[in-house]
Each structure stands twice: as C-alpha cells, then as structure tokens.
Design a protein around this ligand. Structure first.
Ligand code: NAP
Length: 571
C-alpha cells in the first residue's frame, strides 16, 4: 500500500510499514484516517466490505435511515464539508448516507489509503518491537505501530439458532448483511423475523410490494414516529448560518443531540398539561422523545408508565384489529429500557389485508423446512425470509479479529467475562491498540462520542511521538476504575430490567455486562481532562528494547492478576 508522504517524518516511531493501521471504513474509521494523516502519521485502512460506510454500507435494506438528525450525525470537523453537502431529509436514507461517506473519502483524498475487501483475521502484538502484525483474509499483512480498530458495535449480525435454517430453499437475508443488488419483493410471500429498529424500518418499506408479509415478533417495542421530512431551502440556509453554534452545541451536549432537555418532572404538571405535552413529544423528531421528555422518565416507574399508556392508546387508535394492537403493545418492559425504534407508518401497516403478525412468545418457532417457517401455531410457506434479528453488540467484532496482545494474551480470553476498558478505547495487556466506538464508548448519538474518542486518540499519539515513546498501554488501575464506573452506572431504576442487547442478553451464553458508556459524555470529558492534566499517568509509556519502561506501573489489582499471569511484566 502507498505509504503516506509524511511517514515517520522526524518522528521517534518505529520503522514499521505504517504508523497507524485502522480497521473499518465506517464513520469513525474514516474520521480516524483523516485525523491520523492530518497529524503527519503514515496511515492505512483495511475494511472487510467492498465499499466504505461500515454500518451504512452493510445495512442497505429498504427503509434503512438515520434516526438521529442527518446534520447531527454527520462530520463536523470541516465547515467546508458541512457547506458543500446538503442533506435532503432531516433523517437521511441509506443511499444518501453511503453517497455522503464516499464523497468525504474523495473530497479529502483518502481513497488511496484504503484496502477494501480485506477482513482482518489476526492481529498480533510483537513485544519488544512494540508493533502489531495484522493479517487479513485477502492476504494483506501489515506491520503497524498503532492499531486502531474502528469496527463498530453493531457489525456482527446475529442469526438465531433455528433448526433447519440451512434447509430453506427460498431467499434468506439479514438486515445487517444486505446485498448490493436490490432484492425483488414484488408479489413474494415474505417473512420478517425481528421487530427491533431494523425490522420496523424495513416492514413498512416493503409491505406495499409483497404478496403477503408475516411479521414474527418476539418482543413488542415502544415505537414512536420519526417525524421525518425534507429539509427546506430556508432550513438549509439556517443550518449553514448556524454552523458554529450547532457544532458547539453538539460538541458539548451530554448525549450528542440538539434536542433541549426538559426542565420538569411528570407530576409537576396537571393531567391535561401532561396529555398535551405527550402529544407534543409524539409529534417531535426522533430521539427527542427520550432526550426532551419529562426528566423522571427513566427513573420513576409511574412517570414512565404514563408515557407508555399514552403510546399504547396511540397504537390502539391506529391499528384497527384490537388483538393485533394488543400484541403490538409491550407488556414486559418500559420505554427506554430497550433502545427505542422510531418509525414511519409502522403501525398502519397492520391494517393492510396482506400483513399479519405472529407473536413468538405465544407460538415460538419450532423449525424451518425447505419452504416454510413452522411455529407451534402451524406452518407458513415463504419465498423470502428476512432476519432482522440484530447483532452481537459491543464486543462482537473485536472478539472475532484474532487479537493477541502481550505474551500472546487473547482478547477474547481477557474479555471472557465482559469487556474491560479505559474510556471505551483501550484495554490493559494490549499496548498501542485503540478501539474508538467500541464497548463502553457511547450512549447517545454515536458519531459525536466516537469523534471525541478519535480526537483524544490523536492527542495521545502525538504525546507518545513527541515524548519519544513507542508504546502506550492503559494502567490496569485506570481500566478498573472506568469499568467499575460503567458497571455501577448501569444499575437500573427499580423495575427496569436488563433484558436488552445493551447487556448482551440477545446472544445466548454472552456475559451479562453493560456494554455502553453509562457515564455518558460528561464522564468521558471529565476523565479525558484528568488524563491530560495528570500527564498521561493513566497509561504506561515505554520505548522499544527489553524492559525499557520509563513509567513504573502501579501494582495490579486482583482483577488484573490473570492479565499479569498471561503477560508477565513485559514492560
Ligand atoms: P435488535 O434491536 O437487536 O432487534 C432484533 C430483533 O430480533 C428483536 O425484535 C429480537 O427480539 C428479535 N430476535 C432476536 N433473536 C430472535 C430469535 N431467536 N427469535 C425471534 N426473534 C428474535 O436489532 P436491530 O433491529 O437490527 O437493531 C439493532 C440496533 O441497530 C438498534 O437498536 C439501533 O441502535 C441500530 N439501528 C439504528 C437504526 C437507525 O435508524 N439509525 C436503524 C436500525 C438499527 P427480542 O427483543 O425478543 O430479543
């Protein structure tokens, strides 16, 4: 691959093939590449897909779109980029998002640093060289000083273990692995299994084309309207004029949204005012139902129940068949307990004569045959089955990359009981490895959190280079502090359960550990500030050569004995 002209210019880094290797050409990886090159590091990027976009490359199912506002999800690092891309809709659809990301790659001349169609199969740390050897399935082998895995949290599709799935002779698709060639649904008998955010976007997008659509729902979700629309030319002009304010608000807001938090708790208002407010929420865009709702929504069961009752009444008023309406209303969790989906015309679809709903809690799937899905209710024949059954969230991609750190320590072993991270971007025993946008990283509008992490990584790499170090690894005590913070913060309000992929509960056998950043951005900012103020004492820094650590580490905690045993005191 072409090295960057600035490769190792005047730096103290090792003579690797590249200073920085990034894995994943999603929103975070592209930004990481841009920043690394801008800082004068040589950089390359490998990506499993044949195109750029990451999540927005693979999830090209009909109806896939942002549910954060386009201009809040997109890059903010360049005013010129912001000005030369006009989003068509407040919540852009996948083709526009993919075009945008390709535009960014070309506009900043990044394509020559990409190797597409290269899925990483192993990444091995070389100690005392302080470098990584990364191998991909297409035969690519790269030696890099720093390895930055921007592999995303929703990138490993989950297929349930349904007996006979491989025998089905019709077409099968997963929403997270959608083919580039459009799927022809016209006149077909279609099953959609799963009603999370992906399923409920897909269902209304295809319901008008198919001969019949059977939706297999295991858990009903609290779906509320996305309230999308085109961005008018006045709004475009205002967005441009307000760019700096918008950037400032988004860079400082606690969850990376523009929506203003509310200042009142539910029962501060009398009942009529609450009904009016809920109606206002129902008509508001996307995530504002969560971020601008009453302040006690996620903490007070009675408050949450009242909002849920409002939504349930809406469902009953839209869906004509009362039995179907009842099955579409969640009975086992509160609003916000699972990631809420935002929809366009979803409930309305169930009034179409060609659409039916199967409740898998009442009649579970027993098997698939060559032509059918069989539940305890009976069999239904299909031409197409779509799995909208989600992902191995948070850790899925990192655990499958064959990552081995100091003394051969395998990441999937080190994280066998759940991820252990510092700031959601480094883990002890794996020097020079960063994973922005990974587990413990975000809990809101992902690109905003992830760009905070990328910016911090770049500050850190500059520090390493400018101080003549060659390796950086989080101190186990700092890792323990952050991981404990995540676990403590995940403790839910009474009556809020843990039945969500946020805790890994959708994957059989996965440890039940919280996978988001429960401290949100304020905690991330605070901790980053502390690291910089304390001159990177949360990290061990070293030079190459045997036992050349300049910073003695603190004694390892009990939890990190396993790491020490595996890795020894290599530094
Ligand atoms: P998901 O939220 O995990 O939903 C998966 C669905 O499949 C659930 O309804 C689940 O039921 C069902 N399911 C899983 N295993 C099953 C089984 N063995 N039998 C029957 N049903 C099964 O996955 P997703 O819809 O792909 O969404 C994942 C995340 O991607 C979202 O939460 C969101 O963060 C992101 N996303 C974002 C957008 C966007 O607009 N920006 C769009 C789509 C997705 P249970 O609930 O019972 O497990």
């Amino acid at each position: 691959m072409t090295p960057h002209p600035a490769s190792n210019n005047g730096s103290t880094l090792l003579p690797c093939e590249t200073d920085v290797l990034i894995v994943g050409a999603g929103i975070t990886g592209i930004y990481q590449l841009y920043r690394a090159l801008e800082a004068g590091f040589s950089a390359q990027l490998v990506e499993a897909g044949e195109g750029v976009g990451g999540t927005w490359y693979w999830n090209r199912y009909p109806g896939a779109r942002f549910d954060s506002e386009s201009y809040t999800y997109a890059y903010l690092f360049s005013k010129e980029l912001f000005e030369d891309w006009e989003w068509k809709e407040h919540f852009a659809e996948q083709p526009e998002i993919e075009r945008y990301l390709n535009h960014v790659v070309d506009r900043f001349d990044l394509r020559r640093y990409l190797r597409l169609g290269a899925r990483v199969t192993s990444a091995v740390y070389n100690d005392p060289d302080r470098s990584w050897t990364v191998t991909a399935g297409d035969g690519t082998v790269v030696q890099t000083q720093f390895l930055i895995a921007s592999t995303g949290v929703l990138s490993v599709p989950h297929f349930p273990d349904v007996s006979g799935r491989e025998n089905f002779r019709g077409e099968q698709y997963h929403t997270g692995l959608w083919p580039a060639t459009p799927v022809d649904f016209a006149g077909k008998r279609v099953a959609v299994i799963g009603t999370g955010s992906s399923g409920v976007q897909l269902i209304p997008a295809i319901a008008g084309q198919v001969a019949s659509l059977t939706v297999y729902q295991r858990t009903a979700n609290w779906c509320t309207p996305l309230n999308n629309g085109p961005i008018t030319s006045d709004q475009q002009a205002r967005l441009r004029a307000d760019f700096e304010t918008l950037r400032h608000t988004l860079s400082t807001s606690s969850h990376g949204f523009l929506h203003r938090p509310h200042d009142r708790a539910t029962f501060d208002d009398p009942v009529e005012q609450r009904r009016a407010f809920y109606q206002e929420m129902w008509s508001s865009p996307g995530f504002s139902k969560l971020t601008s709702n009453y302040t006690d929504l996620l903490f007070d069961e009675a408050a949450n129940t009242e909002w849920c009752d409002f939504i349930a009444d809406k469902v009953r008023s839209i869906v004509k068949d009362p039995d179907t309406a009842e099955r579409l209303i969640p009975k086992d969790h509160h609003f916000g307990e699972h990631r809420p989906p935002f929809v366009t015309g979803y409930y309305e679809v169930y009034n179409q004569p060609n659409v039916s709903l199967v409740d898998l809690k009442q009649t579970p799937i027993e098997r698939m045959t060559e032509t059918a899905v069989e539940t305890t209710e009976g069999r239904r024949d299909f031409d197409i089955v779509v799995w909208a059954t989600g992902f191995d969230f948070g850790t899925g991609a990192l655990m499958r990359m064959g990552i081995r750190g100091r003394a051969g320590l395998a990441l999937d072993q080190y994280w066998a009981e759940g991820p252990r991270t510092f700031l959601g971007l480094q883990t002890a025993g794996f020097p020079n490895l960063f994973f922005p946008g990974g587990p413990h990283a975000a809990a809101g509008n992902n690109p905003r959190y992830n760009s905070d992490q990328v910016d911090f990584i770049m500050e850190t790499l500059r520090y390493v280079r400018d101080h003549g170090y060659q390796a950086i690894e989080v101190d186990p005590a700092a890792e323990e502090r952050w991981t404990n913070m995540v676990d403590r913060g995940a403790t839910r309000a009474p009556s809020f359960g843990e039945s969500s992929y946020y805790f890994g509960t959708n994957i059989p056998g996965k440890p039940r550990k919280y996978l988001l950043n429960s401290g949100g951005r304020p905690k991330l900012f605070k901790e980053i500030g502390r690291v910089v103020e304390n001159d990177y004492k949360a990290f061990r820094l070293s030079r190459s050569g045997p036992s050349a650590a300049l910073r003695p580490s603190r004694p390892a905690s009990t939890e990190n004995r396993r790491l020490q045993a595996a890795g020894g005191a290599a530094q």
